[in-house]
Design a protein around this ligand. Structure first.
Ligand code: ZN
Ligand code: ZN
Length: 345
């Protein structure tokens, strides 16, 4: 299989309009009005419209509330932040790796914007933890991706697929990496998100949940962007559009759903207000959604609707109305800086 080569920065002998997303020719000059996939312009605009920074979110109430959470809630809080940080760190890097190998400058630009947002997501976890807990506990949380066996088992295939693309960049390995990127953006984060929304609906840690809702909104747009780029790349490389590859994708989705359910039982078992059966249904519902975005069929026909009814107020309206629960009720979102000294570090 042909190895993809790292693209030159500028190559004036090539046309401005790229000839392919991977393995094509392009000068490196990007004209948004002359794209081989014109709808990529809209994708980038949607992502850019979501700009926010972690330290705009007021954590004052969260700082006071955290010590009053139940032991189980505090533990889950730290574990889930650990999980989210383990997933969002590599998201920055995988976006930049795709930048290195795509021969479509509009895809480079979209992935650069995604990489920037992922890096802010990662920063926001440190911001939240530094507000509510000690440095020791913060460190433990960020160590989880290297020490917690359930988490490591859950992430095994992501690690393999991402590293395979890094070590052996080909059309096949980048397509597989993009399948995992849509799984991350559209499925792996969501039991974690649900935990924070459940706290918010009990009027707890609303600052953190506001931030999570911004991350959630970004991830939905990223998932849409990556799956659109995936479909376009697959259409350009029909020899990979095989039954075998489709089966591989379905298998990864089934496996990921299983792992997500195991994880949610491990981390949310003691949490009041979360029904684990409903959670499992929500994960399957998310899997169906992401499969549809990739142009495939749903594999959980009994979960075409979101079974976790209460969460709809927090997430389901992102796509349509551009408002969300937190902004509608104009809660804790106030611009402040240096609120908890984090920016002095
Ligand atoms: Zn992210
Ligand atoms: Zn993302």
């Amino acid at each position: 299989m042909a190895t993809l080569t790292r693209v030159k920065v500028l190559n004036p002998a090539n046309p401005n309009k790229s000839t392919a997303i991977f393995g094509g020719k392009a000068s490196g000059i990007l004209n948004w009005n002359d794209l081989s996939h014109p709808h990529f312009y809209t994708i980038r605009q949607r992502i850019r419209s979501l700009f926010w920074t972690a330290n705009e979110v007021d954590m004052t109430q969260d700082v006071k509330q955290f010590p009053n959470l139940s032991k189980a809630e505090q533990e889950a809080f730290l574990k889930i932040i650990g999980l989210l940080a383990t997933l969002d760190g590599p998201q920055t890097v995988i976006a930049m790796k795709i930048v290195d190998f795509t021969t479509d400058p509009s895809v480079k630009s979209i992935m650069a914007t995604i990489a920037d947002q992922e890096s802010e997501h990662n920063h926001s976890y440190a911001y939240v933890l530094s507000s509510v807990t000690t440095l020791d506990k913060q460190m433990d949380s960020f160590e989880m991706g290297r020490s917690d066996e359930v988490l490591m088992k859950r992430n095994e295939r992501i690690v393999d697929i991402y590293n395979e693309f890094a070590e052996n960049p080909t059309v096949e390995t980048v397509l597989k990496a993009m399948v995992y990127t849509t799984l991350l953006e559209g499925l792996f984060f969501y039991s974690g998100f649900a935990f924070f929304y459940n706290l918010a609906r009990h009027q707890k840690m609303v600052g953190t949940s506001t931030m999570i809702s911004y991350i959630n909104r970004d991830e939905l747009q990223h998932g849409k962007a990556i799956s659109d780029i995936f479909r376009a790349a697959l259409a350009e490389n029909p020899k990979y559009n095989t039954e075998e590859f489709t089966d591989w994708i379905y298998d990864q989705f089934r496996h990921s759903v299983e792992q997500e359910i195991i994880w949610s039982r491990y981390v949310l078992g003691e949490i009041v207000g979360i029904d684990l059966e409903e959670m499992a249904g929500y994960v399957k519902y998310r899997a169906n959604k992401m499969l549809r975005m990739l142009g495939l069929s749903e594999i959980y026909p009994e979960f075409t609707d979101n079974p976790m009814k209460w969460i709809r107020a927090y997430v389901d309206n992102f796509d349509d109305t551009k408002t969300d629960f937190f902004e509608q009720t104009s809660r804790q979102y106030v611009k402040t800086s240096n609120l908890n000294g984090f920016d002095d570090l």
